[in-house]
Design a protein around this ligand. Sequence first.
Ligand code: MN
Length: 500
Amino acid sequence: MIDFANLEAWLVTGSQHLYGPETLQKVEEHSTAIARALATSLQIPVKVVPKPVMTNSDSIHQLCLDANTSKNCVGLITWMHTFSPARMWIAGLRSLDRPMLHLHTQFNEQLPWSTIDMDFMNLNQAAHGDREFGFIGARMRLKRKVIVGFWQDPVVHAELGAWLRAACAWHDAQQLEVARLGDNMRNVAVTEGNKVNAEMTLGYSVKGYGVGDLVKRVQQVTDAEVSRLTAEYDESYTVAESLRPGGTRRQSMCEAARIELGLRAFLEDTGSHAFTDTFEDLHGLKQLPGIAVQRLMADGYGFGAEGDWKTSALVRAVKVMSHGLEGGASFMEDYTYHLTNGGQVLGAHMLEVCPSIAEGRPSAEVHPLSIGGKEDPVRLVFTAAQGNAINASVVDMGNRFRLIVNQVNLLRVEHPLPKLPVARAVWVPEPNLKVSATAWILAGGAHHTALSRALTAEHLENFAQMAGMECLLINRDTRIRDFAKELQWNDMYYHLAHGL
Ligand code: MN
């Protein structure tokens, strides 16, 4: 469901004919060596494909057009080994619609002090060649990332890896369909938004379906399929006694499995990799999907509760970015507080928290749900593992989408929570609850978020930069006075930005 195997980044090295074939041959060799080294780095999640050295406008333009139509190219990594007069890049870069990274590196890590001559100087001149290229990026107001450092440096690999993961999520978003079952809950404002703007600026498409379309699929599920899935539940989780084979509530487990199978088939039929539902619109479903949503998220589907398609798409993006990394990611909601000792947040939802963030083996339980008027839903209950995480929210500001990212620290929960029938996470937000919540509320951040233990703020900042989204970071350096000014400046910037 998430697969990086065919995805690739193109390493594009710029030069010019001035230097003659011998130098260009060397540039090509170096470029290939760098691509090979990056491709084998454990931190780089996709193939790195070296492209022929670019020496004129036509070939650059053609390369950019090829990138735009390539199914597998998630972005370009550019590097000017020698000097490449940047006017030749204008036509290509003007048409490029893939993310672009400028890798400012040099093939030789050290200066050969005792032997350095003008040949060395003329071959290894990224120090000024990349500045010429930087100018055209700035002059054209291109969205781009700059990474500086030696190409074998693990720090550079980590930075490249974070950017490429964001590029994979951006690539995914361009073909993503978010299935929406039911409208937004009641009159909630923050989960609303402009779906046309989202498709134009973020790529993904939000499609509404009647819950009856899902019910039809649920009804087509056979008893044999239900038995197979409940057996899988029995093996995978600590199952509450009443839900075990022969237990008094086994039927609830069977119904939950039937819903999962129907929902899975519905998402496959519609080609949707993210979805929303709402407890207010469950006509024909016996339970609010709980374990079904949790397990689908664990498989990589995006999810937002109560019609929240923006968070669903964000959870999907976070799932793609964190593919293959330890730590997991989930839909989340700031639910309630512990206000002593500086303050902690207890995050949870009615049911839908992804077990990929769990500490230990989740338990499968059934409890009443006080809203929705349906049968008691089966859900996985667990506590999130401790460690650093990011918690992110996307809101629609009317003229732009705003991404808010908070660095948080998940705590080991010392207290047993015998009466809390849902999965939960407890964290301290950086720099502390007081500043974090002040900044979050000033920025209009939602109660719904995507939480990831696998990613850092850098991943999401890269993603926002590719999307042209406003990105606000709340971390240990946040000062409210500065943050409030940033909000005002950003308002002015986005008001004017279309004219730049
Ligand atoms: Mn909610």
